[in-house]
Design a protein around this ligand. Sequence first.
Ligand SMILES: Cc1cc2nc3c(=O)[nH]c(=O)nc-3n(C[C@H](O)[C@H](O)[C@H](O)COP(=O)(O)OP(=O)(O)OC[C@H]3O[C@@H](n4cnc5c(N)ncnc54)[C@H](O)[C@@H]3O)c2cc1C
Length: 383
Amino acid sequence: MSATIPHVLILGGGFGGLSAANEIRKSLSSSQVKITIVDKKNWFMVGFAKLWIIKGTRTFENSTGSLSELSKKEIDFLNEEILQIDLENKNIKTTTNNLSYDFLIVAMGAALAPQKIQGLTENGMNLYDYKQSEEIHNKIKELKSGTIAISIMGMPYKCPPAPFEASLIIDSMLREAGIRDSVQIHFYSPAPITLPAAGPEISKQILELINSEKIIFHDSCKIKSVEPNKLVFQDSEAHFDLLLAIPPHVVPDVILESGLAKENNFIPITRDCKTPYENVYAIGDVTSLKVTDTMAVPKAGVFAEGEGLAVAQNIISKIQSKEESALFDGKGGCFIESGRDTASLIEIDMFSGPKPSTKLTESTSEHLDEKVQFEKDRLSNWL
Ligand SMILES: Cc1cc2nc3c(=O)[nH]c(=O)nc-3n(C[C@H](O)[C@H](O)[C@H](O)COP(=O)(O)OP(=O)(O)OC[C@H]3O[C@@H](n4cnc5c(N)ncnc54)[C@H](O)[C@@H]3O)c2cc1C
């Protein structure tokens, strides 16, 4: 560590990066630690706000917080693209800078890769791309009859319940427009059950929930390609008029080039979020944290946030010359909006025993209020 003020450099200003930066700043002043966040975007948005833009109750502008607000907390924000991560020489190259660090937190999320599925970009919409949310809203509004297909095109993907929530929100839009009986909603997943990470019992409950709104779930559909108005799976085909896809998620190229992750994998971590490089940590969607031989921590904001807190605690301890002992607790909850002014909550404890424990609450208006509050808290506490 340099003799001057230690520098914590955070790559990515999403859930994980903002959680870690704020947690460190709460304990250590700017005379004790310098904190820099680098992000190519200059705003933060809670992922599920995209669904509200699709619904039409939100706009992009009233769903984002500006990362330049970080300066109020004496957290530096550099709005540039990260081009190279050189861990041997402790140098991070951005569009116009070379940055050094004492502690590095890699929190760059998962990249969406629609280009991996032949024909997808030309023939379908990306449900997870904020740039397409408004257009998706308009397309649903224009539809008078036909078939909407929601298709998960790779595992793992962010926030496993979100596509199901999207289907329920779209169902409510069609009901409100009085055309639900003229539009079919089909849901295609490569998985054998709706939510493998939440287990078979909750998966059954989610299946019953969507079936009760006449949303038809097709399991084990492994996508091969997309043609005009046609999904081509390994063993079957399906027609659509509007395709909303969840494209494959991949690790960003700069991470692959840094050697932190191997092709087709995310950065492997354990609960201390350490990498093989001293004082270099990785958190959130850019990582893969095994829970059992066949299951990893799902990609979700709550978990990125929890990992950010654990890493922050360990960096604070190191700066204070104390032992670093914090571990990610694996606890979190994900809301599922029903499209009927209520929401349920999936409560998860990833490390409670040999298998994660999960619980699905009743769908109530109180949980929907909690979801709205969840967003407000992140935007007001972090920015
Ligand atoms: C529709 C939808 C609904 C969701 N709902 C929920 C929910 O209800 N609950 C929940 O917990 N999670 C939810 N999520 C998931 C959640 O948004 C993600 O899991 C979370 O954002 C991951 O946090 P992260 O910090 O790992 O990555 P991100 O939040 O994705 O942040 C990564 C940051 O790194 C930046 N970056 C990447 N590469 C570069 C580069 N080369 N140069 C500069 N900057 C770079 C990006 O711009 C980004 O800001 C939802 C997601 C979607 C899409």
